[in-house]
Write a protein that binds this ligand. Structure first.
Ligand code: MN
Length: 714
């Protein structure tokens, strides 16, 4: 275990301005807090955070990170609090420790790593400060290094998690070194036999003198020198895990794998990389399809290098990587390397694609601390990740609500959701979900998607489902209405009406079913008369006037047979059917009314005296018997009056006072004519019903400034 002064020395070796006092205090604090706690290895617990801090010094991280590394388990495992840490070590350290504690809690929620990709994204999204992630990876690395102390049943789970989540995460932020070590340890744990046989094989080859690594290095160095390229050559056997992966990928046995050795040529600049490549390719046969130029096209994580496979010195197939020193450090240390470069006032180029944002901050920031402070991991800030009660992770766009979550789980869950528990508490369906929330959806079979939801859901799936439902629901209304209209039209002419007679005319209306015809009639796309004429081509329709007259005679005042379910303000409509009041006649409750089925806009309610109705005289199938129901009382309607006022001071004021005193509200007022002696006005008044308007009219008539008042009709 690193001693206190050793750790401080390490930090000071690359950061002379490091806060020595704070480092010392943090070391002691961690030691005290973890006290007598022991690790499964039997070591004192505090050796773990100290080792984690040690790993972090290899990445030359700032003292804030090192201190947070020392304290990373104190809040989770001891009586330390974030507040206390803030007081003792400042808000930055406290924030990092808080972030790490949250990550630890999230880990507990996730019960399996099936959804590793989502979990990785969640970790990235939760690690608001990139240092949180770096410390987390160092933490995991140390836990893996000491994995053999764990009980066997725990080991496999931890190793799998490491392989599924942490190694790819390390790779994603470009930390090759950590990634490789995590993978090797996990591999040894999960595939012990494969690991052992590969290692034994490698040892055997070495003993046989088949380990040609030193000889090949020497030859390559000579080649470079002769070609005039200054280069450092290194070589190694590939790691057991990468050999095993290659065996799997190629479905090959160990013997069939020819290139188990990899060499690295490190040169000064990009031009030298291509020079070195030229030397290699002109001297050795290239193995087809093994050449990759990640310098001109870097990997998404920023990795840059040239890879090539050749039949190299000693007639052996080898892999060669060519890169600059700078590329090498970035490849191995990833994000941390950027920080180290900045520390040395040496800014690397814009070679990371996904990390572009980091680099922009890096370039703008005046000092390394500021860089790290501002370096938020923004790659998944457009997403949130939430847990199901079973521990599955659901990824959603930011601002998603429980309804979005429900639809993401399953459309059925979405369609029937009535409420949600977020982290165990009942919350409104419009609540915006946060990263790591555990969401439980409450459902009821009686529930339907509500058009209201459309206002706050953000996922396409939820929006589409809600609209589909509303549309399907509308269709139901159109079907019912269409059937009613057709039946009345046919019976009014004493013609036989049933589904059978309609089947024959389906093609006439491009309908696939009788229901389609109903829907089209209900929606007003075709008229009932069109259908009737198609069914009975030879039938001559009766005098239209007669139809309208008889319709008028029988309709009003009587309650309708239909719609006994919910109280509707207008009787005779199909419940829920789109309905609006015609602008021409402003019918009021109490007025005698009639419904006209419009094209695609549902039913327009007209007053029975409205002149606009003449237009529909030849289409009696559009007419709908309707009347006012009890529900209308609290509705506000517009009553339109024509008023003639004496043109004298205060007349308009008197008018509005009078209307207001009778609880009417002027919605619109338009002077249509004005002479020396009078105003002529059209006044729209919000009223409850006809009686209300009549009362207002009576009051106006009694006023001495009003010379004429009546309901306006066009
Ligand atoms: Mn830990």
């Amino acid at each position: 275990m690193l001693r206190q002064y050793e750790l401080v020395e390490l930090v000071k070796s690359y950061d002379p301005d490091a806060d020595e006092d704070a480092l010392n205090r943090a070391y002691v604090y961690a030691m005290k807090k973890h006290g007598a706690q022991l690790r499964t290895s039997g070591d004192p617990y505090y050796s773990h955070p100290v080792e984690v801090a040690g790993i972090l010094t290899q990445f030359k991280l700032d003292s804030t990170s090192i201190i947070a590394g020392l304290l990373h388990d104190t809040v989770e495992d001891t009586d330390a609090t974030v507040e206390e840490i803030r007081e003792l070590f400042g808000s930055q350290v406290a924030q990092l420790v808080d972030g790490l504690t949250k990550l630890a809690m999230i880990e507990l929620k996730s019960k399996d790593t099936k959804q590793a990709e989502n979990f990785r994204k969640l970790l990235l999204a939760m690690s608001e400060d990139i240092r949180v992630l770096l410390i987390k990876l160092a933490d995991r690395l140390h836990n893996m290094r000491t994995l053999h102390f764990c009980p066997p049943e725990k080991r496999a789970r931890i190793a799998r998690e490491t392989l599924d989540i942490y190694a790819p995460l390390a790779e994603r932020i470009g930390m090759q070194e950590i990634k490789t070590e995590l993978e090797e340890i996990a591999f040894r744990e999960l595939h012990k036999e494969a690991y052992e046989s590969i290692t034994a094989r490698l040892n055997f080859l070495r003993e046989q003198g088949s380990n040609l690594v030193p000889a090949i290095i020497k030859q390559l160095e000579k080649d470079m020198a002769e070609g005039g390229v200054k280069a450092t050559v290194s070589g190694r056997e590939k790691s057991p895990y990468s050999i095993w992966r290659k065996m799997q990928k190629k479905n090959a046995s160990f013997e069939q794998l020819s290139d188990i050795m990899a060499f690295r040529i490190i040169v000064d600049d990009v031009a030298a990389c291509y020079q070195a490549l030229g030397i290699v390719h002109s001297k050795y046969h290239m193995v087809p399809r093994r050449f990759k130029d990640y310098i001109s096209t870097p990997k998404p994580n920023g990795y840059k290098s040239i890879h090539t496979g050749v039949i190299g010195p000693e007639n052996t197939r080898i892999e060669i990587q060519i890169r600059t020193q700078e590329m090498h450090e970035v490849n191995e240390k990833g994000v941390a390397a950027h920080w180290a470069y900045k520390q040395g006032e040496k800014v690397v180029g814009k070679n990371f694609r996904w990390i572009q944002e980091l680099l922009e901050i890096l370039e703008e920031a005046s000092n390394p601390e500021e860089f790290l402070e501002n370096t938020k991991l923004e790659m998944y800030n457009d997403q949130v990740f939430c847990f199901t009660p079973k521990g599955d992770l659901i990824g959603l766009p930011v601002n998603s609500t429980p309804v979005d979550f429900a639809y993401a789980v399953h459309s059925k869950v979405g369609n029937t959701c009535v409420g949600a528990k977020i982290n165990g508490e009942i919350k409104p369906l419009r609540t915006v979900l946060q990263n790591g929330d555990q969401v439980e959806i409450l459902t009821s079979k009686a529930q339907h998607p509500s058009p209201e939801w459309d206002r706050f859901v953000v996922t396409g799936k939820a929006k589409a489902a809600i609209r589909r439902y509303v549309r399907a629901n509308k269709r139901e209304q159109f079907v019912a209405l269409g059937e009613q209209m057709l039946e009345r039209t046919f019976k009014g002419e004493n013609l036989e009406f049933n589904d059978k007679v309609l089947v024959g005319v389906l093609p006439n209306f491009e309908a696939e079913s009788v229901e389609d015809i109903y829907a089209k009639v209900g929606e007003g796309l075709i008229t009932a008369w069109d259908v009737m004429r198609a069914v009975y081509p030879s039938y001559k329709q009766s005098k239209l006037g007669k139809v309208v007259k008889s319709f008028k005679a029988r309709s009003f005042g009587k309650s309708e047979k239909k719609s006994k379910s919910e109280p509707v303000k207008i009787k005779g409509l199909i419940p829920g059917m789109a309905v609006h009041f015609a602008g021409c006649c402003h019918p009021l409750p109490g007025d005698r009314i009639v419904g006209i089925v419009t094209t695609g806009k549902g039913v327009a309610v007209h007053s029975i005296d409205c002149k606009a109705l003449e237009k529909y005289a030849s289409e009696p199938e559009r007419w709908l018997d309707i009347s006012w129901g009890e529900g209308a009382i609290n509705e506000v309607h517009i009553g339109r009056l024509k008023v003639i006022l004496a043109n004298e001071p205060g007349a308009l004021g008197d008018l509005s006072n009078l209307i207001a005193r009778h609880e009417g509200n002027i919605a619109n007022l338009n002077i249509t004519n004005r002479t020396l002696s009078y105003f002529e006005l059209i006044v729209d008044i919000e009223v409850r019903d006809l009686k209300h308007l009549t009362d207002i009219i009576a009051a106006l008539r009694a006023s001495k400034v009003v010379s004429y008042v009546a309901r306006a009709s066009q």
